[in-house]
Design a protein around this ligand. Structure first.
Ligand code: COA
Length: 265
C-alpha cells in the first residue's frame, strides 16, 4: 500500500500499510503540547477503530526530544482564565491521555531525548515503549510548582507507588535504564536501533488477531489496577488549581524567564 500522509498543525500522521506513524511536531518547543496539539492528538485517537486500516500505531517526537510535556507558556496563561475555563481545559488534557490509553490498537512509544512531565505521561499510555539508551525522563512538575496530575493514574499503573513517591516528589531526572527498571520502558537500545526494534514489535503484532489484541487490551484496566477509570477526574481539578496558584505561576514564569524559582535553595 502507498503511504499516505496527513499533516495537522502540530501532529504528523502517516499511514504505511497497517502501521500508522504519529509524530508530535513542535520541535521548536521540544514537542510540548498546547491546546492545539491536545485537540489533534485526541481527535486522532478517537478516530482509530479496532477494525480500521491501522493495526498498530507508533508515537514519536520530531527533532531533539520525544516530548517536553505540557507547554509551559500555555500553562502559565491559565491564570487569566475563569475557574470553569481552567478546569474544562485541564479536562481536555486528561481526555487526551484517556483517549490514547484506550486506543483499540497497540500504541508503541519511540522515546529519544527528553520525556519530561506530560512526556512521561505519553510514554505511560503506550502499550510498548522503546527508548534510546541516552533518553532521559522526569516527573519535573514539582520543580515548576505544579504537580503530575492528569498523568498520575497512568504513570502509577506503570511504575507503582514506591517509584512514584520518589520520582513525583523529587522531580529528579532519571535514565532510560531506570525507566526500564520501574516498568515505564520495555526495551532500551542505542538510538540507531530504535526503528529496527520497533519493527520487530510491529511484525509480532501483525501475526496476532486484531480483535483478540483489542479485547486483551481492554481487559487489562478492568483487572488491574482497580478503579483507574474513577481516578481521572480528581487529577484534572488538581492541576487546574496548581497551575494558577502563586507557587505554580512563579515556577512556570521562572522557567519561561530562564531563572531559578524563588524557592530554590
Ligand atoms: N513548554 C514550553 N516551552 C518549552 C518547553 C515546555 N514544556 N520545554 C522547552 N521549551 C522551549 C524552551 O523554552 C526553549 O524556547 P526558546 O527557544 O524560545 O528559548 C525551546 O523549547 C528549546 O528548549 P531548550 O531548553 O533550549 O532545549 P534543550 O534541548 O536544551 O532542552 C528540555 C530540552 C526539554 C530538556 C528543556 O527544555 C526542559 O527541561 N524543558 C522543561 C520540560 C519540563 O519540565 N516539562 C514539564 C512540563 S509539565
Amino acid at each position: 500500500m502507498r503511504p499516505s500522509a496527513r499533516a495537522e498543525m502540530s501532529l504528523l500522521i502517516e499511514q504505511q500499510g497497517p502501521v500508522v506513524h504519529v509524530t508530535l511536531n513542535r520541535p521548536e518547543v521540544r514537542n510540548a503540547f498546547n491546546e492545539v496539539l491536545i485537540a489533534e492528538l485526541t481527535a486522532w485517537a478517537a478516530s482509530v477503530k479496532a477494525d480500521g486500516p491501522a493495526r498498530v500505531a507508533v508515537l514519536s517526537g520530531a527533532g531533539k526530544a520525544f516530548c517536553a510535556g505540557a507547554d509551559l507558556t500555555w500553562m502559565s496563561k491559565m491564570v487569566a482564565y475563569t475557574r470553569d475555563e481552567n478546569v474544562r481545559d485541564a479536562g481536555a488534557m486528561a481526555g487526551m491521555f484517556e483517549a490514547l490509553d484506550r486506543l483499540p490498537i497497540p500504541l508503541i512509544g519511540r522515546v529519544h531525548g527528553a520525556a519530561l512531565g506530560g512526556g512521561v505521561g505519553l510514554a505511560a499510555v503506550c502499550d510498548i515503549v522503546v527508548a534510546a539508551d541516552d533518553a532521559f525522563f522526569g516527573f519535573t512538575e514539582v520543580k515548576l510548582g505544579i504537580i503530575p496530575a492528569v498523568i498520575s493514574p497512568y504513570a502509577l499503573a506503570k511504575i507503582g507507588r514506591s517509584a512514584a513517591r520518589e520520582l513525583f516528589l523529587t522531580g529528579a531526572r532519571f535514565s532510560a535504564a531506570r525507566a526500564k527498571e520501574i516498568g515505564l520502558v520495555h526495551r532500551v537500545v542505542p538510538d540507531a536501533d530504535l526503528d529496527v526494534t520497533i519493527g520487530s514489535y510491529v511484525s509480532e503484532i501483525l501475526t496476532a488477531g486484531p480483535e483478540a489484541i483489542a479485547a486483551a487490551k481492554a481487559l487489562i484496566p478492568q483487572v488491574w489496577p482497580p478503579g483507574i477509570e474513577a481516578a481521572t477526574a480528581p487529577p484534572a481539578r488538581a492541576i487546574a488549581a496548581r497551575r494558577v496558584s502563586s507557587e505554580g505561576q512563579e515556577g512556570l514564569t521562572a522557567f519561561l524567564e530562564k531563572r531559578k524559582p524563588s524557592w530554590t535553595r
